[in-house]
Design a protein around this ligand. Structure first.
Ligand code: GDP
Length: 213
């Protein structure tokens, strides 16, 4: 297995559409409700302790954070993009509108986007907020859903949660199959499967997506 995720390092912070990198490197984005476990998942996938916490430093929280992938000392060959966590109940409307204007537009329009990873806390229902986020995605953008914190559930509760989430996700009108992975950064459950999937995305051309399970 190639290990491109293990090369991740902080690249740049994008606060406005015009600051997005030019060029045509493949990008994959991570999205999720605040506290879902997104930063922890990114750090686990990249085997880095604090990589994604760059996104939690003041001034970067409402921006897209670009991590570079590729051999050290070389120009990057792809980007991993961390989007701002969404959905604190108390989030002011203006902040939500900012999310829609940058992260939402990025998900809907960015041509370089090769795949989206949605991180869900497996103990929580899929909310209207999660659904409205998913509505930004083009129906043919490959989607991988990580059911994070699976170590907090026993086997049968996990299976129930998996089925519940699957029903919700299958109700979306997607043309690209989605991948649902039971995931725990704490135990490593689902880590290799998720990595393999992401690496597969980075090797495909737009419109030429590898079949997903
Ligand atoms: P984010 O806001 O989505 O980036 O969420 P964080 O990655 O900061 O995680 C939120 C909380 O969930 C933190 O206290 C993490 O330690 C905890 N957490 C994240 N992933 C896991 C996991 O796989 N298992 C357990 N037990 N806790 C987790």
């Amino acid at each position: 297995m190639s290990a491109i995720l293990l090369t991740a390092r902080f690249g740049t912070t994008v606060a406005r559409w015009a600051q997005l990198p030019g060029g045509h490197l493949p990008e994959l984005a991570f999205v999720g409700r605040s506290n879902a476990g997104k930063s922890t998942a990114i750090n686990a996938l990249c085997q880095r302790r604090r990589l994604a916490f760059a996104s939690k430093t003041p001034g970067r929280t409402q921006a897209l954070n670009f991590f570079e992938l590729g051999r050290a000392g070389q120009p990057p060959s792809a980007f991993l993009v961390d989007t701002p966590g969404y959905g604190y109940a108390a989030t002011p409307l203006a902040v939500r509108q900012d999310w829609d204007a940058l992260a939402g537009r990025y998900l809907a329009e960015r041509e370089a986007l090769r795949g989206v990873v949605l991180v869900l806390d497996c103990r929580r229902e899929v909310t209207d907020l999660d659904r409205s986020l998913l509505m930004f995605l083009r129906p043919d953008t490959p989607l991988m859903v990580l059911m994070a914190k699976a170590d907090k559930l026993g086997a049968s509760a996990r299976e129930l949660a998996r089925r519940r989430i699957l029903v919700t996700l299958n109700a979306l009108e997607r043309t690209e199959p989605l991948t649902l992975i039971v995931f725990s950064a704490n135990t490593g459950l689902g880590l290799d499967t998720a990595r393999m999937h992401i690496e597969g995305w980075l090797q495909t051309e737009p419109g030429d997506h590898a079949p997903t399970a």
